[in-house]
Design a protein around this ligand. Structure first.
Ligand code: NAD
Length: 492
C-alpha cells in the first residue's frame, strides 16, 4: 500500500488539482489505475481527481474493517463516543474550509454549505451522546428461575454508500450511529462530490481513531459500489440515493442476505388549504423548493392548493420565484441557488418541464436552461394547471421547478398526495387544527410538516414508505438500525 502524506489546504482549489487517495486501514492508498475528474458545476473547472477504485481496494477496506471491529466493539461505548467527539472537533476547526469544498464541488450556496458542515459536527456529537443510552431489555420468562435478556449489539461491518446532495452530512449520518454502537464502516462517497469525504478522511487521520474503524473508498457506483453491495464481508448496507440504485443494491445484497437500510427519492406534496396563512405557505414552499437548487429528497415537489386560494397563492409564489438570486456560489454571496450538480441533472429538469408543457401544463415562470456561461443553471420555474396524470406530478424532478394543481377539498388533496410511488415527506398549510391532525393521520408518508418547510431534525426519524425506502435514519430509531438483538435465557 502506498502511504502518502496529504493535508487539506485552504487554497486547494487555487493550486494544481490534487489527486486524492483512499483511506484504508489507517493509511492513504491507491485505488487502481483509473482516476475520476471532479469539477465545479458552476464553472466546469477541474477541482481534483479521486481513484476509480477496483474491487481489490474494496476487499482490502472490508478486510480492514472486519479486523478492527471486534476490538472496537469491546471498547465501552463512552470511549467510542469520545473518538467521535474528537472527529467533530476537527470538523469545527476546519469548518470554513470544508464549506468551501462543498460549495465548489456540489454548487451549494455558502449559507447552506456552512449549515451542512456545522450540522454534521452537531450530529456526530448528538450520536455520541447516545453512548450511555444504548439499551437492551429484561423480559419476563414463562419458566421458573429464568431471566431473559434482550441484548443490543452492533451489526458488525457497515457499508455506507452516499449521494451527492448533502455529501458531507451523509458521511456522519452513516458513520456516527455505526461507530457509537460498535460497528466499523467502509464509506463510498458519490463520484460527483467526493473531495469533501477525502478531506474528511485526512482530518480523521489526525485523530487517534484506531486503524480500520473508518475506511473510505471512492469510485464509480458500477464498480466500487457494486463490489461493496455484493461483498459477503458486509453486514449492513446503508444507502442513500435514487430508487433505481437502491433497488439494484437490494438485489446485490440479496445474494448474501445482507441487511439493507435504504433512504431513497421523494416527491413531497405540499397541501395548502383555503384557511392557510398564504404568506407563510408561499415563503415556506419557495424555500423548500429552491433549497440546494431543488435537489433535496424532502423538497416540496408538488403543490395541491384549494381552488378558492389558488390564484392568490400562485401570485405570492411568483413574487418569491421572480426574486430568486442564483449563480456561482464560489464567487457570489447571498444566493438562493447554485447550479444543478451535473449536466445529466440539468437535462433531466429541462426534459421534465418540456414533458409537462407537452402534456398540457402551463409554464407560468421560467421554463428553460438559464443563460449563465458554463454554469449548469435552470431558471426558477412555476408550472400551473398540473394534473395527476402528468409526469411532473409523479416523478422526482430534483430541480427548481414547482408544479401546482388546484383541488376542491382536503379529501381530494390527501388522496392525490397518497397516490404516489414515493412516501418520504409531506406538508400541509392550514390554520385548522382538525384538518392538520386529520392530514397527519391519513397522509401515508414517513414525515408530515405542518405550517413549516420540509427539513428534518437529528432527533426525529427520517424514513420513507413505498419506494422512498426501507428503514430510516436519525434519533433513537435510526441508531438502532445499526444494531441487532440477541436474546439470552439464563436458568439460575
Ligand atoms: P444515485 O443512486 O445515482 O447514487 C448514489 C450512490 O450510489 C453513489 O455513491 C453512486 O456511486 C452509487 N451507485 C450508483 N450505481 C450503483 C450501483 N450499481 N451499485 C452500487 N452503488 C451504486 O443517487 P444520487 O443521484 O447520488 O442522489 C440523488 C438521489 O438520492 C435522489 O433520488 C434523492 O431523492 C435521493 N436522496 C434521498 C435521501 C433520503 O434521505 N431519503 C437523502 C438524499 C438524497
Amino acid at each position: 500500500m502506498n502511504m502518502i502524506n496529504l493535508r487539506p489546504r485552504a487554497d486547494a482549489f487555487s493550486s494544481a488539482p490534487t489527486n486524492y487517495r483512499n483511506y484504508v486501514d489507517g493509511a492513504f492508498v491507491d485505488g487502481g489505475t483509473e482516476w475520476i475528474d471532479v469539477s465545479n458545476p458552476a464553472t466546469g473547472t477541474l477541482l481534483g481527481r479521486i481513484p476509480d477504485s477496483d474491487a481489490s481496494v474494496v476487499d482490502a477496506a472490508v478486510a480492514a474493517a472486519r479486523r478492527a471491529q471486534p476490538a472496537w466493539e469491546k471498547l465501552p461505548a463512552i470511549e467510542r463516543a469520545n473518538y467521535l467527539r474528537k472527529i467533530s472537533a476537527k470538523i469545527r476547526e476546519h469548518r470554513l474550509e470544508l464549506a468551501d469544498i462543498i460549495i465548489r464541488e456540489q454548487g451549494k450556496v455558502r449559507g447552506l454549505a456552512q449549515v451542512e458542515v456545522d450540522f454534521t459536527a452537531d450530529y456526530i456529537d448528538y450520536m455520541a451522546e447516545w453512548a450511555r443510552r444504548i439499551e437492551g431489555e429484561v423480559l419476563t420468562s414463562d419458566r421458573p428461575n429464568e431471566t431473559m435478556l434482550l441484548l443490543r449489539k452492533p451489526v458488525g461491518v457497515v457499508a455506507g454508500i452516499l449521494p451527492w446532495n448533502f455529501p458531507f452530512f451523509l458521511i456522519a449520518r452513516k458513520m456516527a450511529p455505526a461507530l457509537v454502537t460498535g460497528n466499523t464502516i467502509v464509506i463510498k462517497p458519490s463520484e460527483e462530490t467526493p473531495i469533501n469525504a477525502y478531506v474528511f478522511a485526512e482530518l480523521l487521520a489526525e485523530t487517534d481513531l484506531p486503524a480500520g474503524v473508518f475506511n473510505l473508498v471512492g469510485g464509480h457506483g458500477r464498480v466500487s459500489g457494486e463490489a461493496l453491495a455484493s461483498h459477503p464481508g458486509i453486514d449492513l448496507i446503508t444507502f442513500t440515493g435514487s430508487v433505481a440504485t437502491g433497488s439494484h443494491i437490494m438485489q446485490l445484497a440479496g445474494k448474501n442476505l445482507t441487511k439493507v437500510n435504504l433512504e431513497l427519492g421523494g416527491k413531497a406534496p405540499a397541501i395548502v388549504l383555503a384557511d392557510a396563512d398564504l404568506d407563510l405557505a408561499a415563503k415556506a414552499i419557495f424555500d423548500s423548493r429552491v433549497i440546494n437548487t431543488g435537489q433535496v429528497c424532502n423538497c416540496a415537489e408538488r403543490v395541491y392548493v384549494e381552488r378558492s386560494v389558488h390564484d392568490a397563492l400562485v401570485a405570492k409564489l411568483k413574487v418569491h420565484f421572480e426574486a430568486t438570486r442564483y449563480g456561482d456560489p464560489s464567487v457570489e454571496a447571498d444566493l438562493h441557488m447554485g447550479p444543478l450538480v451535473n449536466k445529466a441533472g440539468l437535462d433531466k429538469v429541462a426534459h421534465a418541464v418540456e414533458t409537462a408543457r407537452s402534456q398540457g401544463a402551463t409554464v407560468l415562470l421560467g421554463g428553460k436552461i438559464a443563460d449563465k456561461g458554463q454554469g449548469l443553471h435552470y431558471e426558477p420555474t412555476i408550472i400551473t394547471g398540473a394534473t395527476a396524470e402528468m409526469d411532473i406530478m409523479k416523478r422526482e424532478t430534483f430541480g427548481p421547478v414547482l408544479p401546482i394543481q388546484a383541488v376542491d377539498s382536503l379529501d381530494e388533496a390527501i388522496a392525490l398526495a397518497n397516490d404516489s410511488d414515493y412516501g418520504l415527506t409531506s406538508s400541509i398549510y392550514t390554520s385548522n387544527l382538525n384538518a392538520a391532525m386529520r392530514a397527519s393521520r391519513e397522509l401515508k408518508f414517513g414525515e408530515t410538516y405542518i405550517n413549516r418547510e420540509n427539513f428534518e431534525a437529528m432527533q426525529g426519524f427520517h424514513a420513507g414508505r413505498r419506494k422512498s425506502g426501507i428503514g430510516g435514519a436519525d434519533g433513537k430509531h435510526g441508531l438502532y438500525e445499526f444494531t441487532v438483538t440477541h436474546a439470552v435465557y439464563i436458568q439460575s
